[in-house]
Design a protein around this ligand. Structure first.
Ligand code: PMP
Ligand code: GLU
Length: 399
């Protein structure tokens, strides 16, 4: 029998970040020593106190369903965390989800329908595009690659992209895949446009806790933004809890009511004991988070220096654990162009495939984020592995 699949699914591709990571794992299973700089996942174990809290919650019998929006203790702890960031959301304005990805999915499903316009800042994390397409929305993309991935100098371009037709704008600062932290002036520019054109904004703040010497202002704190911002965050990155699947979103109550229907009919709730571990994460883990962030900063500096030694300049990221490596100019790409005899290609896909095959270094092509000509490096790996990875890329002619 041939099944007839829906347009909404056949028009999207699987997550490129997860696909490349799966490819790297496959190579490793075949015995290759792969330096995996592809998937965005902290390499630290989840802090011990959080693990213990999860175990204790299981032992205490927290293994049944919870209220769909999440246990009240966690929503209260999230409400306090958001208050520290200057955001005013009571527990009734918060939904706890199995990962921030599910939060984003529910928000997009609640707000976007066929033909609605959604504006993304490119390069943009892979799943935004897929989520919008699955909802039937149309994308308008603003390219930040000419401005070192900063938004402030590109506000005119954003102004050209946003109109009364725009339903939703997605802002992700610190950004995946660039690590850029948008300035307050940039966020004020977003605010002015959102207010002028009556646009809802998703502020994906999943890397908010991971910044180096700067702080990321929460968009929803700006005047005029409280009732049009949906703030998304989660536990995967700051607390190294990717596999626990825990995230949340906070926004105006009518959005929470609508998205809550999808939440209750799909996932029911996030896992019970995981939510209890989340309370511990928010209340007692500041020191471990600081240590992880300090390690990421050292690794960022190391990678920037090593690339500089090989004559490669990157836009130095102020947050998250990613950077965009320009790959158009690499010796390996030129060699593959010469061999093919075709027009020279600026093919980041070919670069990433070659780097994985020849150097056994996994990265993600910029085109997966809407910006060809780059490869995304996740430097959430040990210094030793980062050195090894860059050394191999250089040896094989990829730098
Ligand atoms: N937003 C961004 C920008 C991300 O990089 C990720 C990482 N997967 C997510 C959301 C979702 O994270 P998770 O579902 O693991 O909480
Ligand atoms: N956000 C991470 C990344 O960009 C995890 C993978 C994913 O969820 O797509 O690599």
């Amino acid at each position: 029998m041939t099944m007839d699949f829906t347009d909404r699914l056949t028009r999207v591709e699987p997550s490129a970040t997860l696909a490349i990571s799966a490819l790297a794992t496959e190579l490793e299973n075949e015995g290759a020593d792969v330096v995996d700089l592809s998937v965005g996942e902290p390499d630290f174990p989840t802090p011990e106190n959080i693990v213990e809290a999860g175990k204790a919650a299981m032992d205490a019998g927290h293994t049944g369903y919870t209220t769909s929006a999440g246990i009240i203790e966690l929503r209260e702890a999230i409400s306090e965390k958001l208050a520290d960031d200057g955001l005013d959301h009571g527990p009734e304005e918060i939904i706890v989800t199995p990962g921030a990805k599910q939060a984003l999915y529910e928000i997009v499903q609640a707000l976007v329908e066929d033909g609605d316009e959604v504006v993304l800042l490119d390069p943009a994390w892979v799943s935004y595009e897929a989520m919008v397409k699955m909802a039937g929305g149309d994308l308008t993309r603003v390219d930040l690659s000419e401005t070192d991935f900063q938004l402030e100098p590109a506000l005119d371009d954003l102004a050209d992209a946003v109109s009364d037709e725009t339903e939703l704008l997605v802002v992700n600062s610190p950004s995946n895949p660039t690590g850029a932290v948008y300035s307050d002036a940039a966020l004020e520019g977003v605010r002015d446009l959102a207010v002028e054109h009556d646009v809802t904004v998703i502020s994906d703040e999943i890397y908010k806790e991971i910044t180096y010497g700067v702080e990321q202002t929460s968009l929803g704190t700006l005047e005029g933004m409280a009732d049009r911002t949906v703030t998304v965050n989660g536990f995967s990155k700051a607390y190294s809890m990717t596999g626990w699947r825990l995230g949340y979103f906070a926004g105006p109550e009518d959005l929470i009511d609508q998205a809550g229907k999808l939440h209750s009919h799909s996932v029911s709730s996030a896992a019970n004991f995981v939510q209890h571990a989340g309370v511990e994460a928010l209340e007692n883990t500041d020191e471990a988070v600081e240590e992880m962030v300090a390690a990421f900063e050292e690794r960022r500096d190391l990678v920037v220096d090593l690339l500089d030694d090989h004559g490669v300049d990157v836009a130095v990221p102020d947050g998250a654990f990613y950077m965009m490596l320009p790959v158009d100019d690499s010796e390996a790409l030129r060699a593959s162009d010469d061999a093919s005899g075709d027009q020279p290609r600026a093919d980041d896909q070919a670069w990433c495939e070659g780097a994985l095959e020849d150097a056994h270094v996994a990265t993600v092509p910029g085109s997966a984020f809407g910006t060809p000509g780059y490869a995304r490096i996740s430097y959430a790996a040990s210094e030793e592995r980062l050195e090894e990875g860059i050394e191999r890329l250089a040896e094989e002619g990829y730098l």
